[in-house]
Write a protein that binds this ligand. Structure first.
Ligand code: NAG
Ligand code: NAG
Ligand code: NAG
Ligand code: NAG
Ligand code: NAG
Length: 253
């Protein structure tokens, strides 16, 4: 009886709980030139970095919904490079949380969240927003894009105080779907990347940047290894969410 109910329980629990890791640093990257990515945001709980994020207008930060699973209340730090130093940076509280309505903490589907800040951000050389795609569409496999974050420098290692970055290559979606399986990976709503460097714990919520546009949100990866080729890092595809985003932030550009 006990065995049966345990089995039943196990079969009800989503596969993802056991296979995916929450992404929170950049492995094999290099330190970003201070303030060269003025849209980067540190999402914090009790003044500790928990996730990345990025400014997409003078009022909204985009990040990953799972960042709030354990910390429902967050603040954001804009204009930072070294999180240990507060010069140039400014902390905002969140006026309202706009989690994608289909997100649940049981999977990484629709892992996207908009934070409306308490007031409009005063833009300057260190604080600027980044564009998101204007229309739906995929980034061609093989494209070289970049990611940045304050997450771990090696798997299970310590996080970085200074913003790190690396280039990454967009992977073929069919290939990624084969690796993760159709339950965990949705090729219409996600994309994966792989290269020498990649994201790690603490980088979640940060942007995948192609050209001058944020096209993805850092979401999940191999639970045992950052930047794994067996289970590559997965990003939420922003262009699949444009109607929802526009409804919330209005006409932003
Ligand atoms: C870092 O780069 C080295 C050299 O290219 C590579 O052998 C190693 O697998 C990379 N490490 C990670 C975690 O990606
Ligand atoms: C997941 O969400 C459910 C329903 O909102 C909540 O009861 C539960 O505590 C959450 N679990 C975690 C791990 O956040
Ligand atoms: C949520 O999922 C339902 C069912 O798949 C879908 O019809 C709906 O459009 C989704 N909501 C949003 C805001 O994308
Ligand atoms: C992805 O790879 C599959 C087979 O592995 C191939 O059929 C498909 O054309 C590739 N797609 C792109 C966009 O390169
Ligand atoms: C990281 O920690 C997890 C959980 O303790 C472990 O399963 C995994 O093998 C570790 N990975 C590395 C590369 O040390």
């Amino acid at each position: 009886m006990i065995i049966i109910s345990l089995l039943l329980l196990a079969s009800l629990l989503p596969h993802l709980t056991f296979t995916a890791r929450v992404n929170v640093g950049i492995v094999n990257g290099s330190e970003a030139k201070p303030h060269s990515r003025p849209y980067m945001v540190s999402v914090q709980s009790k003044e500790h970095h928990i996730c990345g994020g990025f400014l997409i207008s003078d009022r909204f930060v985009m990040t990953a919904a799972h960042c709030r699973n354990n910390s429902p209340i967050v603040t954001v730090v804009l204009g930072a490079h070294d999180l240990k130093k507060s010069e140039n940076s400014v902390r905002f509280t969140v006026h309202s949380y706009h989690q994608h309505p289909n997100y649940t903490n049981k999977s990484f589907h629709d892992d996207i969240l908009l934070l409306k800040l308490e007031k409009n951000v005063k833009l300057n050389d260190n604080i600027k927003w980044i564009s998101i795609p204007a229309e739906e569409g995929d980034i061609e496999a093989g494209s070289v894009c970049s990611i940045a974050g304050w997450g771990s420098l090696i798997t299970n290692g310590t996080r970085s105080d200074r913003l790190m970055e690396t280039n990454v290559k967009v992977m073929n979606n069919t290939e990624c779907e084969h690796k993760w399986g159709k339950n965990d990976f949705s090729s219409s709503q996600m994309m994966c990347v792989h290269d020498k460097g990649g994201s790690c714990d603490g980088d979640s919520g940060g942007p995948l940047v192609c050209g001058d546009t944020a096209v993805g949100v850092t979401s999940f990866g191999d639970p045992d290894l950052c930047n794994s080729l067996k289970l590559p890092e997965v990003y939420i595809k922003i262009s699949a969410y444009l109607p929802w985003i526009k409804k919330i932030i209005g006409n932003f550009n």
